[in-house]
Design a protein around this ligand. Structure first.
Ligand SMILES: C[S@@+](CC[C@H](N)C(=O)[O-])C[C@H]1O[C@@H](n2cnc3c(N)ncnc32)[C@H](O)[C@@H]1O
Length: 197
């Protein structure tokens, strides 16, 4: 098979990395939810040799992630584990960072609910949950390009769509997470950072 490629990943990895780097300088273990192609994992892990980066996704994406890991290996990069937010099968491990990009609007809402409750259980105290992607605020999606993106998602599948920050933050609070930051990012995305109390 051909190595999967995401142009969006190439575009957003720099800005995400620059925002994340100071926050995770003293962290040692990252679980990535929904690694997709694996492009973020190989690029971030290579530049963060002080921590172990665990990739994960639905099993159908594992061969593609493996191809990226084989082509650009790092000693701190772990092959993907099967992690489906709709299935309760998390490893019996805790991490000090859990990172996920562009997943909350793709998985069903129940997946987002499960993700936040499991993140609360699998983050070490003082650990960070970092969620990147487009967000609505108080029911409003902006700008027009995000409204069109949301419509496109909902036409593709009824369970997809841009989520509301306040709904996710409520789940986070219930999971024992406190919002540390909400960074505006290029292309009308956000990088949300919560800390486990
Ligand atoms: C748009 S891609 C984003 C991939 C990558 N994080 C990125 O930023 O390019 C959405 C990802 O969410 C994953 N995903 C969808 N449903 C999921 C679920 N129920 N549990 C875990 N991951 C899921 C998909 O397999 C896919 O890798």
């Amino acid at each position: 098979m051909d190595k999967p490629f995401s142009q969006a990943c190439e575009n957003n990895r720099g800005p995400i990395f620059n925002a994340l780097r100071p926050l995770i300088a003293d962290k040692t273990s990252v679980l990535e939810i929904g690694s997709g192609t694996g492009q973020h994992a190989v690029w971030f892990a290579h530049q963060l040799p002080h921590l172990v980066w665990q990739t994960s996704d639905l099993p159908q994406n594992h061969p593609g992630i493996q191809l990226w890991l084989e082509e650009q290996p790092s000693p701190n990069l772990r092959p993907p584990i099967a992690l489906d937010m709709l299935v309760d099968a998390w490893p019996e491990t805790s991490y000090d960072v859990i990172y996920s990009a562009n997943t909350a609007h793709i998985m069903p809402w129940q997946g987002v609910v499960n993700m936040l409750s499991q993140v609360g259980l699998h983050l070490l105290s003082g650990g960070l949950f970092c969620l990147y992607g487009p967000m609505a605020y108080a029911g409003e999606i902006a700008p027009q390009s995000n409204i069109l993106f949301d419509q496109h998602l909902r036409q593709q599948a009824a369970h997809m769509g841009i989520r509301d920050f306040h709904d996710i933050n409520r789940l986070a609070l219930n999971a024992g997470l406190v919002l540390l930051d909400d960074h505006p990012m290029p292309a009308n995305n956000r990088l949300l950072i919560w800390e486990k109390a």
